[in-house]
Structure formats: C-alpha cells, structure tokens
Write a protein that binds this ligand. Structure first.
Ligand code: AP5
Length: 202
C-alpha cells in the first residue's frame, strides 16, 4: 500500500515525444497549481552528476537515446515522491511512463494515476524544436544523431503506453502555441483541483 500522503493526492503523468513541450507546460502547471514536479529526465541527469553507483552507464544510455532500466527510474521517482509527499498537493510526473511496464510498475509500487496528459506533435515539429533548443541547452542528447534515436525510442513504445489507459488519457494538439496548449491543460486540471490556484509546494 502506498503511504497515505501520496495516495490521497492527484498524480498527473505528462507524456509526449522529445521536444513536445512537456517541460514548458510543466512550468506553467506548477505556477498555477503548485504541483510537485518530477521530471524523470531531470532526475536521471541529477543522478549522473552525483556520480553514484546507480549512475554508472546512464550517460551512455541517454546519449544513445534509449530508455534507462525501469528499476533505476522507478526507484528515483519513488524516493523523490516520498521525500516531497508531506508538502505536495499533487504530483506532476513528467516523462513517465515511456514504456508499457513502467506504468504498471508505478501503479503497483506507488499509487494509481489520476489523469494522463499527452502532448501530440509530428516528428518534424519535434525535431525542429529540439534543434532550436540545442543551440543553448548544453544537453548531451540535443544533437541531430541522438534526436533521431530518441524519436525512434519514443515511436517504438508510445502507442502501447497510450493504449493502456483509454479512460484516463487526454490528448492535446501540441503543434499549437504555448498559451493555447496551456488553455487545454487547464480544462483538464481545473476539475481535479476545483479550479483553485494553490500555493507552490516545490
Ligand atoms: P527527458 O529529459 O525527459 O527528454 P525528452 O522526453 O526527450 O523531452 P525533452 O525534455 O527534450 O523535451 P520536452 O518535451 O520537455 O520539451 P521542452 O518543453 O523542453 O529524457 C531524456 C532521456 O532520459 C531519455 O532520452 C531517456 O534516455 C532518459 N529517460 C527519461 N525518462 C525516462 C523513463 N521514464 N524511462 C527510461 N528512461 C528515461 O520544449 C522543447 C523546445 O521546444 C524548447 O526549446 C521550447 O522552448 C520549445 N517549445 C515548447 N513548446 C513549444 C510550442 N508550443 N511551440 C513552439 N516551441 C515550443
């Protein structure tokens, strides 16, 4: 059983291809709703920086645009959620699950997801955005070769993830501008938060 402090709070999974705007929209969601934001990509990059035993091999996997082993990601997420549970009024899980079994394992080990938001955009749009971001991001995986591999990994796994949650999945056209996308996000999140702006809990 999950700790009560996690189980009673909304859990939102944010899905979408590389460069679909997950991080961009999460910033706006945090500002309005104050959810605790956990990006698996950010958690993994922090783990790499820490030089821990667990971090060994992660850099190579991420530079090849592949998924790191499920147990590593789930452990990091679970630890981060538990550490923040007391203050959190909801969790925004950004970039997870990326593969079918990740979702199953999360719900078994942590708690059921409340709603899933999927940002949908073409590979052409995703590539253009990432190449634009590459000019300033300094990220080791923002280069043309790795972007192709990240897209392939995404396309190989995404449909199976989406198919698993027909009732909780909400799709948003992520080809739109940032504010138009956020207006659709609000229509999804307002009902589960009673539309109230809440104090930031991060
Ligand atoms: P991660 O860090 O999650 O990378 P990603 O999924 O590839 O997504 P990004 O962070 O690159 O893009 P984003 O969707 O957040 O877009 P952003 O808002 O920045 O993961 C990195 C790696 O970690 C993975 O490849 C994998 O190896 C590993 N990993 C992570 N999670 C894992 C998991 N669960 N299991 C196993 N391995 C995992 O926007 C991109 C650009 O577009 C920006 O420049 C932005 O300004 C611009 N932009 C955003 N929205 C718009 C818009 N509407 N219109 C125009 N431009 C826009």
């Amino acid at each position: 059983m999950p700790p009560v402090s996690i189980a009673n709070k909304p859990i939102v999974w944010i899905l979408g291809g590389p460069g679909s705007g997950k991080g961009t929209q999460c910033e706006k969601i945090i500002a309005k709703y104050g959810f605790t934001h956990l990006s698996t990509g950010d958690l993994l990059r922090a783990e790499v920086k820490s030089g821990s035993d667990r971090a060994k091999n992660l850099t190579a996997i991420m530079e090849q645009g592949q998924l790191v082993p499920n147990d590593v990601v789930l452990d990091l997420l679970k630890e981060a959620m538990e550490a923040r549970a007391a203050k959190a009024n909801g969790f925004l899980i950004d970039g997870y699950p990326r593969e079918k079994s990740q979702g199953i394992e999360f719900e078994k080990a942590i708690a059921p997801v409340t709603v899933i938001i999927y940002f949908e955009a073409s590979c052409d749009t995703l590539t253009k955005r990432l190449l634009g971001r590459a000019l300033s991001s300094g990220r080791a995986d923002d280069n043309e070769e790795t972007i192709k591999l990240r897209l392939k990994t995404f396309l190989d796994n995404n449909q199976q993830v989406l198919d698993q949650y027909p009732d909780k999945l909400r799709r948003i056209n992520a080809e739109q501008g940032v504010d138009a996308i956020f207006a659709e996000v609000e229509q999804i999140l307002d009902p589960i938060t009673s539309g109230a702006a809440v104090a930031a809990a991060n």
